[in-house]
Structures are given as C-alpha cells and as structure tokens.
Design a protein around this ligand. Sequence first.
Ligand code: DHB
Length: 391
Amino acid sequence: TRTQVVIVGAGPAGLFLAHLLHRRGIESVILDIRTREEIEQTIRAGVLEQWTADLMRDLGLGERLDREAHIHSGISLQYGRERHHLDLEELTGGKRVTVYPQHEVLRDLIAGHLGQGGQIHFGVQEVDLTHVTGDRPRVSFRRTPDGPLETLEGDFVAGCDGSQGDSRQHIAGRTDLQKRYPFGWLGILVSAPPSHHELIYARHERGFALLSTRSDTVQRMYIQCGVAEDIAAYPDERIWDELHRRLATDGWQLTEGHIFQKGIVGLRSAVSDRMQSGRLFIAGDAAHIVPPTGAKGLNLAVADAVYLYRGLEQHYAGGGQARLDAYTDTCLRRVWRAERFSWYMTTLLHVNPEENAFEQRIHMADLEYVTSSRAAATALAENYVGLPLEG
Ligand code: DHB
C-alpha cells in the first residue's frame, strides 16, 4: 500500500504531525509497536507551553483540555526554606502554562485522528526500516505475529519513534552530543488533593524536589535520587520523609495520600546533529532528549512536528524543498535553546555530588539572582512558558 507520509510512532510528534497534515489534505499512516492502551496509559510529562495548548485548540482538539486542564500563571522556586513566587504571566506579557498530562493529550489526538478517518496501526510487529532512506522509502511490518508481512510505501517517512526507536539509526553521518547527570528522579503518583495551587521547584541540601499535579485528585511529586538506586530502597515512608523535608516552609503542610505508582529515571541530555537523511526526517525524542526539569520534552517534539509539517506542506503545494532542506537547522536552533534551558534548570536545582562547595554556592547565588532581579526572572519565565516558534 501507499500513502504520502509514513509516520513511525504515535507519540506527540507523530500524532501532531498527522493532524497538521490531515488539515491540509495530506494523507499519512501511523505505525506504532505499542498498543493503544499502552500509549494512552503511560504516565509521562504534564506541562504544555502556551503555544502547544493553543495549537491543540487550533486543531479542534481543545474541548477536553479547556474543560479539565489547569492553567498555571506562575511557579515557585524554593531554597533555604523560603519560597519565591515567579509570576510567569506578568513577566511574559500574558503567557501561562497548561497542566494537562501527556497521555490525555495523546488520547485526544488519537480519538480525533481516528474520528477524521485517519489511519493508525497499533501493536505492529517486526517493523523494518531498512528501506526508509532511498528514493522510494518504505516500511515493512506485520499487524499480528502470524499476519502477512505488509509493505507501506510513502513519499516521505517521519521517524517519531522515541529515544529507543530505530529510525535515528538510519540517519546517515549522524553524531550524538550528550551529557549524563550523576543523579536521577524518583517520581510518584499520589491519590490526594493538591497541596499548592502551583508547581514548586525546590533546591535543598538533601537534593531537588518538585511538587506537581495531574488533577484535583492525583498529584505528581519527584525527589532527586542517585542514578543507580533501587526503588526498593524507597518505601513510602522514606519518600514522604524526603518530600516533607525538602519542601518544608513556614505555615504550609504537604498533604500525603496513597502512592499508587513509583519509579526512578536517570537524567540525560542528548542531541543528534542531523535530523534528516534523504526522505527520512526524525522528530521528538528520536532526535533529542532533555532532562525533565522544566518540562520541555513534549513541547519540543511538537515544535519539530510543526517544522516538518511546514516543509511537507510547502513540498505538496509545489513550493519546492527549501523548508524540508532547512528542517534540521530550523529544529536545532530551538532544540539547543531548550537543551540549554533544561540543563540550566537541572543544574540550578539539583545537588550534584561531583561539584565542590564553590560550585554549589554559585547555584545559590544564581537562585538569589533569579528571585530578586526582574531581568533574570524574565529570562527564566520566557523560556519556561516556551519561546516563540520561528516564522
Ligand atoms: C512535571 C515534570 C517536570 O519536569 C516539570 O518541570 C514540571 C512538571 C510533571 O511531570 O508534572
């Protein structure tokens, strides 16, 4: 079978791309090795930049978002037991962030796409990308373990298959630039009401802590832990103890609840210096990883999808290849800014065991600067709410 754009991966990059293309009458088929249930139930990021939420509305996907999401107009930075409020809205001329979990975004995008007659094959197997970079790019796969081997041919292939995906391996002459951090995040999901109306990012001698939320009844919290630590070393009481200590401030209490999920992830930054090869273009985590601090990953994936869409749209409108040719450069300008910001938030707020007392003190001075200078606060805020897309 044939389509115009073969999209490998039904995550944020792949699904936003499919929606943008569909709106311009460009046909795509999405393949994913995961089942729809896996995709819709995996808990990941939770913060949408202003333009990302606006794009959902623009695509006609904003109904549940507008009903259920929480709009946050500020965040707090905490250190030395003091909480400092950053009024994002006031600092950025009216921009805010939207707390709406990634899997809810994906549910809306999947339902919306299928509802418009879009094609998504979930749970496919033996996906073979050997022929994605030639003049006749194609992908072969099976829908079921003993189903026939099918070949899907397209004018272009979009590799949106995440950091563990195979598409990146087919980008010729690629180099990864990367950094690993000597700490991880232990994240929990808790059945409880919110303890605070906004997110709190805390730097504490015992390590970073983040108070976040998912809904009125589900809260998300993280604490810095060692990279190679075993979750078994963290019974619930120990996690609560760390959260209480790291988030402690006068006149405030953290509300506990039942912890129904916990896990540890390592933190790393990585960027592929090439995001295209022939008719193959990679987007999102397939091309770059940010540490979670600042919640840029999902938003960056959507920005790649927008830039790729613009290139494809120009091509199909008979406008030539200029935007497709510039895809990598256009994406990487934004990617590196988000990498810088995510690295900055990470180093600002975590206690790095490899840093000496001088370096630790520098981070405290940075926090004091950000929380006392309007110029410094504005720089943080404009990155947090999301830098404007080019063009
Ligand atoms: C969340 C994660 C982040 O990295 C962040 O900066 C804010 C919120 C979250 O999962 O809720």
